[in-house]
Design a protein around this ligand. Structure first.
Ligand code: ADP
Ligand code: MG
Length: 403
């Protein structure tokens, strides 16, 4: 099923990099937490996903110099240092990971020159540099001076044209894709370009406006789009149903109306929930009730799809040859409203078809239910995954060398 990947990859350079520095852009943007007064990694999924490319380079005798952003620091916020990430990366790789004091500059150059085979140099949070998000050419040039070879493995950042993802490619001799980037792009593009049918798309979450382009794109290729989450209430509003105190994105109502109209002339079924789980307020301790129907009474809000809808969606997911899922079916963080998301997640895990989860909160939900290893592909990039299935090109991918 994977689509064709037309960029050179790290496998194309392993024969020529022994003893040489290779600059690797990884996505090490992992959530952190405080433990006994120390900052540690709370979830190492993205760090682990970066390991195969680094291991391949180490086996080839290269000296990896790794850069990544972490969070959105204002100035050089020490809380967002990559130090705890470097410690975890070292454990996962089983080699020393040295932390450089910055992204560029004389101390970084000295650290790069002193790097030995069998070691990794991790550059400090790229967003400590204002030129990173501005894609500053001078910063990109300094970065490019660190190595002749550049590998982009940061799928989660590939939809941004930043100095470490795009600018730097103009200042190295070879710019190629890492194994994770290749797998993500091939899998997600494959869903749009050459899916096995039936292709069932499950869309939820909070905002329609984030996902209008995704709906547009899938109306052209999918067999069914199953809607859940708060997004459903923009559709009900467009249809004239009462929604009580449910979360409705007003700006999304027109988009929902248009999607309903577009669906009629498409070969794709646009499916809305037929029953709901209600609560008095957005809280785990709130009074709850099931509603057989979708007209939400005053004083209540819809916080999850109901059991009949969940069972129907689960059946459709299990019968599909390909499933793409983005956005939870309800407020899954609150135990009384996690049922719909859990039922769909379990169906994904049980399905025989290819199952792909598009990142963000859906990936968090899959992890919360312990089903991470039971889906075909769990994307490490939320925004980048959505842009790919919308049919957009990602600047961080386009900048790499064609095969
Ligand atoms: P993703 O990150 O997977 O793209 P979103 O960020 O769009 O998903 O939406 C996730 C959020 O939507 C979750 O925090 C969840 O609590 C919220 N949500 C889902 N359904 C509802 C609902 N019916 N009412 C209020 N919030 C909801
Ligand atoms: Mg989200």
């Amino acid at each position: 099923m994977p689509g064709v990947f037309t960029k050179q990859t790290v496998r194309d350079i392993t024969g020529e990099v022994s003893g040489l520095p290779v600059l690797v852009r990884a996505d090490l943007n992992a959530p952190l937490k405080s433990e006994e007064g120390r900052v540690v990694v709370a979830d190492d999924a993205r760090i682990a996903a970066s390991v195969p490319t680094l291991r391949l380079l180490l086996e080839a005798g290269a000296k990896p110099i790794v850069c990544s952003h972490l969070g959105r620091p204002k100035d050089r916020d020490p809380e967002l240092s990559l130090a705890p990430v470097g410690a975890r990366l070292s454990e996962l790789l089983g080699v020393p990971v040295k932390l450089a004091p910055g992204l560029v500059g004389p101390e970084v150059e000295a650290a790069a020159q002193g790097l030995n085979q069998g070691e990794v140099l991790l550059l400090e949070n790229s967003r400590y540099e204002p030129g990173e998000t501005a894609n500053d050419p001078a910063l990109a040039e300094q970065l490019g001076a660190l190595a002749d070879y550049y590998v982009n493995d940061a799928f989660g950042a590939a939809h941004r044209a930043h100095a470490t993802t795009e600018g730097v490619t103009h200042h190295v001799n070879r710019a190629v894709a890492g194994l994770l980037l290749e797998r993500e792009v091939a899998t997600l593009r494959g869903i749009i370009e050459a899916p096995e049918h039936p292709l069932v798309v499950v869309l939820g979450g909070a905002k329609v406006s984030d996902k209008v382009a995704v709906i547009d794109s899938f109306l052209k290729v999918a067999d069914a789009i199953l809607i859940g989450g708060a997004m459903a209430f923009s559709f009900y509003t467009a249809q004239g149903h009462s929604v009580g105190n449910s979360l409705v994105e007003e700006a999304g109502v027109a988009s929902a109306a248009k999607a309903l109209e577009d669906a009629q002339s498409s070969g794709c079924e646009l499916v809305l929930p037929t029953d709901l789980m209600l609560g008095r307020e957005f809280s785990a301790a709130t009074e709850t009730r099931e509603l057989d129907g979708v007209d939400v009474p005053d004083g209540w809000m819809g916080l999850d799809i109901g059991p009949a809808t969940a069972a129907d969606y689960a059946e459709r997911v299990k019968r599909a040859a390909t499933v793409f899922w983005n956005g939870p079916m309800g407020a899954f963080e609150l135990a009384p409203f996690a049922g719909g998301t859990r039922t769909v997640a379990q169906a994904m895990a049980d399905a025989d078809g290819v199952t792909v989860v598009g990142g963000g909160d859906s990936a968090a939900a899959i992890a919360q239910f312990g089903l991470t290893d039971d889906v075909t592909h769990l994307s490490t990039g939320g925004g980048a995954a959505l842009e790919l299935v919308e049919g957009k090109e990602l600047p961080g991918v386009e900048a790499l060398q064609d095969v």
